[in-house]
Write a protein that binds this ligand. Structure first.
Ligand SMILES: [Zn+2]
Ligand SMILES: [Zn+2]
Length: 393
């Protein structure tokens, strides 16, 4: 329940009640209003998380523009988040690895909580397709929905079957667990990365950079990145890309296809192409790169941004293409991703290029919707993390 100014004073004078500022999006392309809420007391099995960071995702950008049909407004977004346990509702609580947690522990939350009872949960074993998913930060989640997303100082962790993991990682790396888990799910659906193969990644945002890092560490001999702008391509190289192709420099898709083919044995194209760009036009281009019997992994279109013309003969049948789609990621993918991040083999923290306060979410979204991914007209954004405790700018 939102507090009125008079009731807020009463609450602030009591030292037991916590107050949380949250950024409430009021509608499609609306305003993120900063609202203060009273934080409820957690019940048995629940806890209150003090948010440290919540990543701004391409999906948030699309939700802002109304591209995801399941969203109901007003809503507090922010499905990629980590923080510190502030209050526990039970004396004993264990994370999804079976590790006991206490007040003060850092945890990463799996944003989707599947029901465990529907066809997808019990028979198909694809819980990300659960028909009764409760979620933090992106699905209608009333009762009360308002402290259920990471763009808030506190989050009420209360959905049945919520999975979470304790970690000692720095929060700027822990916050990447959810977006990077998408890559792990994608590789899993494609049967893994073959040792010695060539993998091409389309798009060099956070998911693309994760796909590059994980493909290389899974045994790919050569990783090619097609993306931009410059700052992202430099990081792509640090993450393991052997070849980078800047779409700003090579604007013609036909030219890019030639360059890609020339980088593969016999000009046959990469064994796997991972689409992380989120532009419909990336699909026919990426399927044209792909080798015969190759794997095409689609990770870029978590919202409906339109259709694209394809040629089933040339793009799919003529080359025995295997096309894999993934819908989000599940607890196991989050667990695997966190284990990889905890090894700290790469400078994953560099993926977070900016940390902004709650009142700048709209700027963050704008920076990701415009050409060149610039913030304040200058700096190139890789991934923005919202720090809900940072002073307003
Ligand atoms: Zn996301
Ligand atoms: Zn279910």
């Amino acid at each position: 329940m939102a507090l009125t100014s008079s009731s807020r004073q009463v609450v602030e004078s009591s030292d037991k009640k916590l107050i949380s500022k949250a950024a409430v999006l009021d509608g499609v392309e609306g305003k993120f209003n900063i609202v203060e809420f009273e934080v409820p007391e957690p019940k048995e099995g629940e806890f209150i998380l003090r948010t440290e960071y919540a990543g701004v995702c391409g999906t948030d950008v699309h939700i802002y523009h109304g591209h995801l049909d399941t969203i109901e407004y007003p809503i507090v977004l922010g499905h990629e988040f980590c923080g510190i346990i502030e209050k526990l509702g039970s004396e004993k609580l264990y994370d999804s690895n079976g590790v006991a947690v206490k007040k003060g522990d850092r945890v990463v939350i799996v944003p989707g909580a599947s029901c465990g009872e529907c066809y997808y949960c019990q028979i198909a074993k694809t819980p990300t397709r659960c028909t009764n998913t409760k979620a933090y930060g992106f699905l209608p989640n009333k009762d009360p929905y308002l402290l259920s997303g990471g763009f808030s100082q506190y989050v009420h962790i209360k959905n049945k079957n919520t999975a979470f993991f304790k970690t000692d990682l720095d929060p700027e790396i822990a916050v990447l667990t959810e977006p990077l888990s998408i890559c792990i799910h994608g590789f899993q659906r494609a049967g893994g990365v073959r040792f010695g193969s060539t993998v091409l990644v389309q798009g060099t945002g956070a998911i693309g950079l994760g796909a590059i890092a994980f493909a290389k560490r899974s045994g790919a001999a050569k990783v090619i990145a097609v993306g931009g702008p410059k700052r992202r391509l430099e990081l792509a190289q640090k993450m393991g890309a052997d070849i980078v192709i800047d779409i700003e420099e090579v604007r013609d898709p036909e030219e890019r296809i030639k360059l890609v083919k020339a980088e593969t044995k016999g000009g046959r194209g990469p064994d796997m192409v991972v689409e992380c760009a989120g532009f419909p036009g990336a699909l026919p281009e990426g399927l044209t790169y792909l080798s015969d019997s190759g794997e095409y992994v689609e990770l870029g279109h978590f919202t409906d941004v339109g259709s694209v013309e394809m040629n089933p003969h040339w793009h799919i049948l003529r080359k025995n293409a295997n096309i894999r789609g993934v819908w989000g990621s599940d607890v196991e993918h989050m667990q695997m991703t966190l284990s990889i991040l905890e090894n700290m083999e790469l400078p994953y923290e560099e993926l977070i290029s900016h940390k902004l306060p709650l009142n700048r979410i709209e700027d963050a979204i704008r920076s990701m919707s415009q050409k060149g991914y610039t913030l304040d007209g200058q700096e190139q954004v890789i991934k923005i993390a919202i720090d809900p405790w940072k002073d307003f700018e």
